[in-house]
Design a protein around this ligand. Structure first.
Ligand code: NAD
Length: 359
């Protein structure tokens, strides 16, 4: 394997605490370390019971619970949460939940500068990134700002025991997508490659185990550990074709986040494969296969995940529009992004074909 002695790697000041039960035992300690005494806890409506336990553990250091997080952070939801944080005199925020809850915490941090503690309950990985997103008039804007990067992240595998198996599978493959694209990102580095390969290995190994035995805390812990690594890769690099395709399918066509990532990933990887031999070799090692795109598809199909975009409600008649949007803006990708190439990826994903690598 050749070694590239040309890279930059930046670490941001984030403390990670990982242990079963940490959501109630470690969050108050993290608040103390950060000298925060007036925390607003935010979550989605389905995560309220868990968030209430975290709020209870914070005791007097909690000034409120705001259970209004929604997918893709609509701007009016962010506005309300900011107003609630200001009215409560909050000096920090704790986000408990998946990418949607963490996204709301980030929106508060973006507008107020308040420090954020994240307690993730899915494998989406947003807690490890400085990327925020806000949706207005059906258009999702994203940006990078170090102020939204959580200062502490508390991973508690026990919280993921309630994550239904179908969502565990698709959320896990959403995590894999971050590692896959980090391996061939223009700003990848040796440390990112190590984390990506280990993250893929951990998640891919854990998903079949937790699908067979959802209460297996060891498998849950391994999946969450892998998701942490994959999320770190996402935060450290610039994503390519796969994430752009999913962004368009989610933003313009309203397709569900984790499921869309799950369906598209094998085809995006098959498209890029000829241009990224080293990334492919790392993925083959991690997945114990000689055909990484096919292994990814086999994994998700074996675990009952959706196979095609058509199953997710995408219409064949929208293929051209989606392909135009994906090719419309510049973003880094190891293989040149052509209209024909993108259309091929989208068509294959729409129909749920076997992924094939073509030059
Ligand atoms: P989500 O947060 O919307 O959660 C999906 C569903 O699962 C919700 O109904 C939620 O209530 C439920 N849920 C979450 N954890 C659960 C648990 N432990 N048990 C039972 N139910 C649970 O979805 P997500 O996939 O985690 O996140 C997707 C969102 O995050 C998207 O908006 C995406 O754009 C964003 N995201 C942002 C970044 C970033 O870096 N900014 C990274 C990844 C994802």
């Amino acid at each position: 394997m050749t070694f590239s002695a040309d890279f930059a790697y930046e670490t941001r000041p984030v403390r990670v605490v990982f242990r079963p039960g940490a959501s109630v035992t470690a969050v108050p300690e993290e608040a103390q370390r950060l000298r925060l005494r007036r925390l607003l806890v935010v979550c989605g409506s389905r995560g309220e019971a868990t968030a209430r336990a975290v709020a209870g553990a914070l005791g007097d250091a909690c000034v409120g619970l705001h259970a209004e997080a929604r997918m893709h952070v609509p701007v009016e939801v962010a506005d309300r949460a900011v107003a609630v944080a200001r009215a409560a005199g909050a000096d920090g925020c704790v986000a408990v939940g998946g990418g949607s809850a963490v996204g709301l915490g980030k929106a508060i941090a973006l507008r107020t500068g308040l420090p954020l503690i994240a307690v993730p309950t899915t494998y989406a990985g947003s807690e490890m990134t400085p990327v925020w997103g806000l949706t207005e008039h059906k258009v999702k804007r994203t940006g990078r700002d170090p102020v939204v990067q959580p200062r502490s992240v508390v991973y508690d595998p026990e919280l993921t025991l309630t994550l239904p198996v179908p969502l565990s599978v698709t959320s896990g493959i959403n995590a894999l997508a971050h590692a896959v694209e980090a391996l061939y990102a223009p700003d990848t580095s040796p440390l990112v490659s190590l984390m990506a390969e280990e993250g893929v290995r951990a998640v891919a190994e854990a998903l079949p185990r937790l699908a067979a035995e959802p209460d297996d805390l060891d498998a849950r812990g391994r999946a969450l550990y892998g998701a942490w690594l994959c999320g770190t890769c996402l935060g450290a690099t610039t994503m390519g074709l796969h994430h752009k395709v999913c962004h368009v399918l989610g933003g313009t066509f309203g397709l569900p986040h984790a499921e869309t990532h799950t369906v598209v990933l094998p085809y995006a990887l098959a498209y890029n494969a000829p241009a990224v031999p080293q990334a492919l070799a790392a993925l083959c090692r991690a997945l114990d296969t000689e055909d990484a795109p096919r292994a990814l598809r086999d994994l998700s199909v074996r675990l009952g995940a959706p196979r095609s975009l058509a199953e997710l409600g995408f219409k064949e008649g929208d293929l051209m529009l989606a392909a135009e949007q994906v090719t419309g803006e510049p973003y880094p990708n190891p293989r040149p992004v052509t209209a024909e190439g993108v259309l091929g990826v989208l068509r294959a994903a729409c129909e749920g074909q076997e992924p094939t690598v073509s030059l």
